[in-house]
Design a protein around this ligand. Sequence first.
Ligand code: NAD
Length: 496
Amino acid sequence: MNRIDHWVDNAPTPSTSGRTSPVFNPATGEVTAEVGLASIEEVDAAIASAEAAFPGWRATSLARRTEVMFAFRNLVVDNRDRLAAALTAEHGKVLSDSAGELQRGIENIEFACGIAESLKGNYSEQVSTGIDVYDIRQPLGVVAGITPFNFPAMVPMWMYPLAIACGNTFILKPSEKDPSVNQIVAELLAEAGLPPGVFNVVQGDKVAVDRLLEHDAIQAVSFVGSTPIAKYIYSTAAANGKRVQALGGAKNHMIVLPDADMAGAADAAISAAYGSAGERCMAVSVAVAVGSAGDALAAAITERIPGVTVGVGTDPASEMGPLITGEHRDRVAGYLDSGATQGATVLVDGRESAAFDLSGFFLGPSLLDHVTTEMDAYNDEIFGPVLSIIRVDTYEEAVGLVNDNPYGNGTAIFTRDGGAARRFQFEVEAGMVGVNVPVPVPVAAYSFGGWNASAFGDNAIYGPDGVRFYTRNKVVTSRWPDPGTSSIDLGFPTNT
Ligand code: NAD
């Protein structure tokens, strides 16, 4: 049986806890590996390695840190196929989607290559007579990242390239469901010249997470995952005095106004609802059809669904792969039953797709119409290929729906009316907004973060907010007096 272990001190480090978890190939349902789940002692060993590496890495010049990031970026590009294959084998997403995930991750490494620009401070000369003030952003120390199964390469890349470029040392606790890709990443970072201990991977579950949350040496925690766990991470890490950013789940609405290009809106809905089998935190899960858009949109989406090719991720013809586990697939399919029982119309049932009969964890694209806000299919984060259509009469009702929803990750409006789009961007309660763009994931030079129950903590992730999160500011007030101008003054310092 293939074993996936930790990475500490730039070397693969077998787990000795005796606890393991199976890793599946979701396209076949077979167990392909087992991952070692860290004990408290194993987490402590990784933290000790990161602590020991911090003084040296912190003192390493920006030029050298940039050089390592550049080399790493090139190695990821050179190893794109190998990384994509590892992603598809354990997550199930189709190879083109794995390549897309890596591309978005690479953009974050490229942003980290610009760290010398990002860390530039301010300097004010002569704030008082003979006194200058400047600020410096300094790293925090050992920081941790805890990441979800759905983007096993990209979400960690939202964290460690910037954390490391800022001068921190890093412990990654990836999802135990698809852990292999970060073993390759760790090897590439070492090959790029990263010193031992600067990047460590601890495979594990709640035991490892809880140790990271309580250990005194961990200065900051970045988390991406579901909302209940995000809340737990936020409250526990904050109570232990750590800086914390915790991104949670989502229920993303796409509003379609009657004047929208209906073919374009339907194409966008299909891509955003069923891409990666709906296992994206920015997937569209609810299409809100306003007025006469309802019938046209429902018909256009229904017509397109049979054209989506569902199959194993390694087949270049496949556009949508399986879900992560059989249990998750069954939970997602359950929303078709609860939707029907609670009064929705099942326009397309993914269990009737040919792929449903494959041995892996497949469910075809599914569509519910006439969904209401009382239904489970509306209130729960489904995280699978089930799109709900809600019909409303007015734009105001549509925006009200989005704003009343507890989540606030992404949202989008489809319209030809610039005024409506502008009003929407002003009024809507969500962190990331698309105008005729269904999955508005910000480019790496901006930052990613939802509102409300989709994110806890003050800083969004990656981009400029990422730099702020992984550094702390120090303000220096300095006087180099002319010879002979010194005197004693016990008064409160005032500016003259
Ligand atoms: P999850 O919350 O189950 O797991 C995330 C991480 O937390 C994993 O590393 C897991 O091992 C750990 N974990 C799980 N249960 C824990 C517990 N009780 N105590 C401590 N740690 C625990 O999420 P998932 O199923 O891996 O990923 C899917 C979820 O992630 C969805 O809700 C999705 O919306 C969300 N997500 C959000 C974003 C975003 O940017 N907001 C991005 C990707 C995924």
